[in-house]
Design a protein around this ligand. Structure first.
Ligand SMILES: Cc1ncc(COP(=O)(O)O)c(C=O)c1O
Length: 398
């Protein structure tokens, strides 16, 4: 066979390693960070306020509160909804650890509900089956940027008096029937981690239309104080604060917000580039032993955060992990989003979860992989990914 993959002794498609999830950061972000550092104001200050206001307007909601991560955003959201020991929170097993870990941090039990094969998102029919008298909330995760079935989930929440916290870590640009994702539930949580569509390196945001929830998040994110730290030290004069709860240190800094301000301005340009790459991948992989992401309904906007095909194990002579190792040897980085949480030792030991309980999440978990998919990718990078995938699958195809 000519054109052997590197894993079988051929030459890799590229000499330089293509890092998975490398962000597109330009001179604007770099000079804004320098300007903040020179200004003497590097902590939580005016740039955080600007970033919050830009995000609030973009989401068309009443409040946007910047925090240090989406994990912090989820944790605070659960706490202010008074979720605690004895309570259950329903979420998807096909998510990052942070979603379910936060439920554990709040003292409650994460109850998984299986996903839909087509969307890979939590299935409202499965959610309904999991509701008990102890259920207090649902955390839908808009996986890869594709909106969950929010009408059905909000209907269940209303009829069973449950709160909804949207894990919108992947879904900054997403819309559901014209409404911005994150604003459909009681609270929406966003991530600005390095690989995300909008990055601040580390960072998060909570959005809500409910004034009382917003003021609790603000206070709890900063030690449970009554005043923002930046107001305490601003040129508006000395201000006292009071401690009203045992809060956390979850505030965002002006250094991080400096990056976010410019990332947000470039968001649509970056989104357009990712959509182009999505189309190139879809067209290039049509004939391969892969299940490609299913199209998004016309009344939804996908944020195109991750490109996650499934490897058709039945049609190839390799496991998903061997396939990823072969990509690695072509000098192409890839990810897995995710190995289902009920298969991880902590969730098995602590809550008794076991393999076989969520067959659709497991089907995806064993087959999913994420290809490089950032606005930073050049035409050549995308071409290299396509060539590598084709070469490896030609070799492993049954
Ligand atoms: C679905 C999901 N939820 C939550 C998080 C946590 O975000 P952060 O890293 O900002 O805490 C992530 C991070 O990757 C995520 O993918």
């Amino acid at each position: 066979m000519k054109n052997l993959p590197a894993v079988a002794g051929g030459s890799p498609v590229r000499a330089q390693y293509l890092v998975f999830g490398s962000p597109s950061i330009g001179e604007e972000e770099i000079s804004e960070v320098s300007q903040s550092m020179r200004s003497g104001w590097v902590g939580t200050g005016p740039k955080v306020k600007t970033f919050e206001e830009m995000f609030r307007k973009f989401k068309n909601c009443r409040h946007a509160i910047a925090v240090s991560s989406c994990t912090a955003a989820l944790h605070l959201s659960l706490l202010i909804l008074k979720i605690k020991s004895g309570h259950e929170v329903i979420t998807t097993p096909l998510t990052f650890a942070a979603t379910a870990n936060c439920i554990v941090h709040a003292g409650a039990k994460p109850v998984f509900a299986d996903v839909e094969l087509k969307t890979m998102n939590i299935d409202p029919v499965e959610v309904e089956k999991k509701i008990t008298k102890n259920t207090k909330a649902i955390i839908p995760v808009h996986l890869a940027g594709r909106p969950c079935e929010m009408d059905a989930l909000m209907g269940l929440a209303r009829s069973s008096r449950l709160r909804v916290i949207e894990d919108a870590a992947h879904a900054i640009e997403s819309l559901y029937k014209g409404k911005p994702i994150g604003t459909l539930g009681d609270l929406g949580c966003f991530s600005f981690y390095v690989t995300k569509n909008v990055t601040t390196v580390e960072g998060g945001m909570v959005v809500t239309d409910q004034d009382d929830l917003a003021s609790q998040i603000k206070s709890l994110a900063l030690h449970g104080l009554t005043q923002d730290a930046w107001q305490r030290f601003s040129d508006e004069g000395f201000k006292h604060y009071q401690v009203v709860s045992a809060g956390f240190k979850y505030n965002m800094t002006d250094i991080h917000a400096s990056i976010g301000i410019h990332q947000l301005k470039k968001m649509e340009v970056h989104a357009q580039r990712r959509e182009e790459i999505w189309e190139i991948y879809n067209q290039s992989f049509k004939e391969l032993p892969l299940i490609l992401p299913s199209p998004t309904p016309p009344d939804q906007r996908h944020a195109y955060h991750l490109y996650t095909p499934l490897l058709e194990l039945e049609r190839v002579r390799c496991t998903r992990d061997e396939f990823l190792q072969a990509l690695h040897q072509e000098n192409i980085g890839a990810g897995i989003h995710y190995v289902a949480l009920h298969l991880h030792p902590f969730y098995q030991k602590t809550f008794g979860y076991r393999a076989g309980q969520f067959p659709r999440a497991e089907f995806i978990s064993h087959r999913t992989f994420s290809l490089p998919f950032s606005a930073k990718l050049t035409h050549q990078d995308v071409e290299d990914v396509v060539q590598a995938v084709k070469k490896i699958l030609a070799y492993y195809r049954k």
